[in-house]
Structures are given as C-alpha cells and as structure tokens.
Design a binder for this molecule. Structure first.
Ligand code: ADP
Ligand code: MG
Length: 342
C-alpha cells in the first residue's frame, strides 16, 4: 500500500497554504466571519504585526457550545446547505475552511456566547485531530477569536514573512478595506497596545463620508463626487475622484460587489474607459464604489480567497458602469475643476 489517506490536521495545513498567506489574510477571514455573524462592533488587537497575536472580538450572534467544535472542523459551515444556496450566497464565507485552516497553523482560542445562552464557552484548537470539551468562560454575546503564534509549526511559511511593520501595513490595509464595506459596523484596531483606527458606526451619508475620509484621506473626500445610479437590477453608489485628483499609482481604488471587495478586469476596464477623456495618460483614477447586483448574476466561487468574481453578464455590467461614471464625470461643472486647481 503506497497510497495513504492524509490525516485531517495535515489536510487543514495544506488548505491553510491557500487561504492564509500572512497575518493579513487571517484577519480578512476573521473579520468576514464577524460580519457574517451580524456584528455591529468589531475590536481588533494585534501584536507584532499580527504574527504574535491577532485577536478579533465581535458582538455578533455567537456560537453555541455544541457548534464550537464544528466551527473548527473542515467543511463545516452554517452558511450554505446546498448548491442552490451557493447561487444566492450573500455571506462572505461558505467554504467552512478558514477557521480549521487558521487553527492548524496557530494556537487558537475560540470563545463565544450565543444569543440567549446563559453561559459563554471556550475551545482551544491547534492542529489536533479532535477537540477537548468546551470550557465555561466569561464573554458577552458574541465571539472572540484569539490567534497566537501564526505559522509556529510551519517554518517554511514563517520564513516568508516580512518585517513587523510590513506585515502590519498589509493587515491594516485589509481592516480598512473591510471597514469601507460595512459603514454600519464600528471598528477599532490596536497594534502593540496603541489605537490605530477607531471608526464609529456610520448611519448617515455624512458619517459614511467621514469614514471614507479617515481611510482614504481628507484630500480624496474633498476632491471627489458622490455617485448614485440605479439601473435595471443594478445599483452603483460611492465616490469617485475628480480628474484633478488623479494618482500616479492605482492605489486608491476600492470596488465592492455586494459588499465584497473585488479586483476585476471588467470593472477596471469600464472605469478606465469612463475616465479616458478626462485623465492624462499614465494617471489613475481614485474611487470607492459599491455595486449591488442580484447574487445569482455573479459567481463568487471563482477562487478560495474570493478576490475574484465572475459576472454572468459581464458586458451588461461593463456598460452600466461605464455609462454611470461617464455621465457623472460629464456632469461636473467646469468651475468645480477649476476651483481645485486654484
Ligand atoms: P465559513 O465562514 O466559510 O462558514 P469558517 O471556517 O470561516 O467557515 O467558519 C466556520 C463556521 O463558524 C461559520 O460557518 C460560522 O457558523 C461559525 N463562525 C465563525 N466565526 C464566527 C463568528 N465570529 N461569530 C459567529 N459564528 C462564527
Ligand atoms: Mg469564514
């Protein structure tokens, strides 16, 4: 017999290679889980760029005692039950891979209290085949996931980590991207005991704009215009930079499809085309845009990290984006642009 079934902790470690590249990818999964749980407040504590510790605490619906071991088991998810569900999925997660993957390459503690439960429970998980029974702990309704010593048992991965500063920069980028996708949720981020971000829940356009300003810088909000376009089954909202606020790099471009940040060629092309006549060659537009689309018309299962999506009718999406942005840009009165130059 040469062929052997791999033990599950090894399968998880292999899967972790796909999902968790560095602390930033771990935090993305944890934040998406908190949002999927309906959290309105998420507090993040990070030590040493996230390598030593990432702790995410939320006030979402929590996990029951019985479900704690399942949350750390591979292919166990509360978010879909059938292929049909996958067609309509609006949650960030659905693969049931993130927590078991992260647990297999770190020292993880999961603490949670479910809505309506009298008691909170805690479970340790670090790459073992089975779990001990959950232990009582103290926790408000919601969940805390404490991830210590990322890659402690994967030296090959650890070697590829960059400096604390670089890892933290990537992690902070992710937090900002996620914070732009849910204005109604408050976020705090602390690094080595120091508060780096404190974003209050935003319930009005003005408050949302303040968050955009905190994340993208006040210059962007001052020199951008609001976009609001409704099409048949499509809706585009957000802010786009005035042509005068063009960038030498494509570094201020946030595009969300149903709250999920994506990098997509169809999108990039449509935006670029809309700006074609107003931007100098080699300059890049800045934007924070949200596209709402029927989930059945977009495939989010194109890649494990879900950065990519596939539009079922990409030319329709392209046309809608191009027309909406082109019209918004054409509507800018010349003096708006002049005043920015003055
Ligand atoms: P997925 O998100 O794809 O379902 P995960 O491995 O990320 O898979 O999480 C497994 C399950 O654990 C989720 O389906 C959810 O039921 C539960 N879970 C994870 N994080 C949280 C959280 N912060 N709050 C409530 N439930 C959670
Ligand atoms: Mg998940």
């Amino acid at each position: 017999m040469y062929i052997k079934q791999l033990p599950s902790h090894l399968i998880n470690q292999i899967a972790a290679g796909e999902v968790v590249e560095r602390p930033a990818s771990a935090i993305k999964e944890l934040l998406e889980n908190s949002l999927d749980a309906g959290a309105t407040q998420i507090d993040i504590d990070v030590e040493q760029g996230g390598v030593k510790r990432i702790r995410v605490r939320d006030n979402g619906r929590g996990i029951s005692k019985e479900d704690l071991p399942l949350a750390l088991s591979r292919h166990a998810t509360s978010k879909i039950a059938s292929l049909d569900d996958l067609e309509h999925v609006l949650s960030f997660g659905f693969r049931g891979e993130a927590l078991p993957s992260i647990a297999s390459i770190s020292r993880l503690t999961l603490s949670s209290r479910e809505e309506g439960a009298e008691q909170a429970w805690q479970l340790q998980g670090s790459g073992q085949e089975s779990f001990d029974d959950p232990e009582p702990c103290s926790h408000a309704v919601g969940t805390t996931i404490d991830v210590r010593d990322l890659f402690f048992n994967v030296p090959a991965r650890r070697k590829f980590l960059k400096t604390e500063k670089t890892e933290f920069r990537h992690l902070e980028d992710v937090v900002k991207k996620v914070a732009l996708s849910r204005f109604e949720t408050g976020f705090t981020l602390r690094h080595n005991q120091k508060t780096v971000l404190n974003l209050r829940p935003a319930t009005t356009i003005e408050m949302a704009e303040r968050r955009v300003s905190e994340i993208c810088g006040p210059a962007f909000t001052e020199q951008s215009i609001r976009v609001e376009h409704e099409g048949a089954e499509l809706r585009l909202t957000g802010w786009i930079g005035l042509p005068t606020f063009s960038r030498s790099q494509a570094d201020l471009q946030y595009f969300y499809v149903n709250h999920r940040i994506v990098k997509d060629r169809v999108v990039t092309h449509a935006v670029r085309q809309a700006y074609q006549d107003v931007l100098y060659h080699g300059r890049h537009p800045a934007y924070v845009l949200f596209l709402d689309i029927d989930p059945a018309k977009v495939d989010v299962n194109a890649h494990p990290t879900k950065h990519e999506v596939r539009f079922r009718e990409s030319s329709l999406v392209h046309g809608f984006l191009y027309r909406s942005l082109h019209r918004t840009l054409a509507d800018i009165r010349p003096q708006d642009q002049l005043s920015d130059d003055a």
